[in-house]
Design a protein around this ligand. Structure first.
Ligand SMILES: [Zn+2]
Length: 306
C-alpha cells in the first residue's frame, strides 16, 4: 500500500520507471529487515540444509584435506562477514558434484560450493572472491528481500507473526528444489560482487580473483543461447567484469596474495579423488543456484551466473 502511494506520487513526477525498480526494491529491503528475524533466517537455513540432505540427497565431499582447505580460505573472508552479521551461524559445505560450476548461500549463513567450481578456479584469490560474494548475499539479507518480492509483504508478515506455518515449508522446498529466491536480482548481484571484492581485498587476496573467474565463465557463455542470457536476472559476465574493475579502482581495493601454489596442490588432489559426477557435459558455470532435480532441469542449460 505504502509502495502504491509512493508510486502514485512518482507518476506525477514523471519517473515511473524508477518507481517500478528502485522504490520497490527499497521497500522490499526495508520490509525484509523488519519482518524476517535472524531466528527465522537461521531456521530457514537449517530447514533448507535438511531438505538438501534428506530429499535432494546431496552428496558432500568428506576428504579432510580438501574440506579443511576450502573452509580455511572461506574463514579468511568470513571473518568480515562475521563482523557484519555476527548473528548467523556461518558454515561452509563442499558439494561433491564435479560437473556443476556453482556456489550458493542460504539465509542463516550457510555457504555451499560445488566441486566443479573448485576445479574451475586456479587460485585462492578466485575461491576467496566467490565465498565473499556468497557471504555478501547473507550479510545484505538478499534472500529475505527476495522473499518479500516473491511472496508479498502480507504473506511474509503473516509468517513473521507465526500465522502462516505452511509458507515456511513452501519456501524451504522452493529454495532446495529450484533455487527460487537464490536467483537474485541484478542489483543484488552487483552488491554481492562489491562484497566479494571488498572482503577478498581485506583478507589480503588480490580482489581481481572474481574478475579472472568471470573471465572463465565468459569463455563458456558462448554455448548459451542468446535469449536465455537475455532472460537471466544475472548481469552478463562482461558487464560484471567492467563494473568490478571500475569499483576496485574507485575504492582503491588491492591485495597481492593469489595463493596459486597451494591451490595447485588441492587441484591435483581433486583430479585424483573419485567422484560420482565427473566433469563432463555439465551446465555452464554459475553461482547461487543449487543443482536442480533432473525433472526440473530446463531443456537447455541455464546461463552462467554467480
Ligand atoms: Zn550471487
Amino acid at each position: 500500500m505504502k509502495n502504491t502511494l509512493l508510486c502514485s506520487f512518482l507518476v506525477f513526477s514523471g519517473t515511473l520507471a524508477a518507481c517500478a525498480t528502485s522504490t520497490t526494491r527499497g521497500v522490499e529491503t526495508t520490509m525484509a529487515k523488519v519482518l524476517i528475524s535472524t531466528e527465522q533466517e537461521n531456521q530457514l537455513g537449517m530447514q533448507v540444509k535438511n531438505d538438501l540432505d534428506q530429499t535432494q540427497k546431496i552428496v558432500y565431499m568428506t576428504d579432510p584435506e580438501v574440506v579443511a582447505y576450502v573452509r580455511g580460505i572461506a574463514d579468511k573472508v568470513l571473518q568480515f562477514g562475521k563482523r557484519d552479521r555476527p548473528d548467523v551461524q556461518w558454515q561452509v559445505f563442499v558439494i561433491d558434484d564435479a560437473k556443476t560450476v556453482n556456489a550458493f548461500a542460504t539465509p542463516g549463513g550457510y555457504l555451499y560450493v560445488y566441486r566443479g567450481l573448485l576445479q574451475t578456479a586456479v587460485n585462492e584469490a578466485e575461491l576467496a572472491g566467490v565465498m565473499a560474494h556468497e557471504a555478501g548475499h547473507v550479510v545484505a539479507r538478499h534472500s529475505a528481500r527476495g522473499m518479500v518480492a516473491t511472496y508479498g509483504i502480507e504473506a511474509v508478515e503473516s509468517l513473521a507473526l507465526g500465522n502462516n506455518p505452511g509458507l515456511l515449508q513452501q519456501i524451504t522446498a522452493n529454495i532446495a528444489s529450484n533455487g527460487l529466491m537464490l536467483s537474485h536480482s541484478r542489483a543484488d548481484e552487483t552488491e554481492a560482487d562489491e562484497f566479494g571484492a571488498r572482503y577478498a581485498s581485506a583478507a589480503g587476496y588480490d580482489p581481481r580473483g572474481l574478475v579472472t573467474l568471470f573471465e572463465k565463465f565468459k569463455a563458456k557463455e558462448g554455448n548459451t543461447p542468446g535469449f536465455l542470457a537475455y532472460l537471466s536476472d544475472h548481469p552478463a559476465s562482461q558487464e560484471r567484469i567492467n563494473y568490478l574493475t571500475s569499483y576496485m579502482t574507485r575504492n582503491g581495493l588491492s591485495g597481492a596474495e593469489l595463493g596459486a601454489t597451494a591451490y595447485g596442490r588441492i587441484r591435483a588432489r581433486l583430479a585424483i579423488l573419485p567422484t560420482a559426477t565427473p566433469a563432463a557435459a555439465g551446465a555452464p558455470p554459475s553461482l547461487d543456484a543449487p543443482a536442480a532435480k533432473p525433472a526440473a532441469k530446463p531443456p537447455v542449460a541455464a546461463p552462467p551466473s554467480l
